[in-house]
Design a protein. Structure first.
Length: 151
């Protein structure tokens, strides 16, 4: 069964906010903020809730830039991830039980400590493009195929 998830990133021409995942899926990797859509929530509502829970930031404005379907062959897990650019927000990022936020210079994004697919789609995201695609992983570290295109 496919899970619907969201991923939020605050980024401008100079910097991006990432969080070090402290537990659960993706532990030990830098990532955006997000998670699963709860019953009764829209994808946008869940994105705002997850951002607040994980970083203390209140989202006032965001735009969906991408949708990627991830399949993991080793587990059969399928995830549809809606990727949002946060353009207007309140608050300063603070550490939560799940994430440790940190600002990075846009030229110093730590791709080597992120999900392998991030280096594929993030350039389109940072360029302000809308995109969609499919990523197939053998396991959490190995991409076997991908198809990403502008939407």
């Amino acid at each position: 069964m496919k899970k619907i998830l969201n991923l939020c990133l605050i980024a401008d021409a100079e910097k991006i906010l990432l969080g070090m995942k402290k537990r659960g899926w993706g532990e030990g990797r830098w990532n955006g903020f997000g998670g699963k859509v709860e019953e009764g929530e829209t994808i946008e509502q869940s994105a705002k809730r997850e951002m607040l829970e994980e970083s203390g930031i209140i989202i006032n404005g965001m735009e969906e830039r991408g949708v990627i379907e991830f399949t993991y062959l080793d587990t059969g897990k399928i995830m549809e991830v809606h990727i949002f650019h946060v353009s207007d927000y309140e608050g300063e990022p603070k550490e939560s039980e799940e994430m440790k936020p940190q600002w990075f210079n846009i030229n110093e994004i730590p791709f080597e400590s992120m999900w392998p697919d991030d280096a594929i789609w993030m350039p389109m995201f940072l360029a302000g493009k809308k995109f969609q695609g499919v990523m197939t992983f053998q396991d959490t570290n190995t991409i076997v195929s991908h198809d990403l295109r502008e939407a």
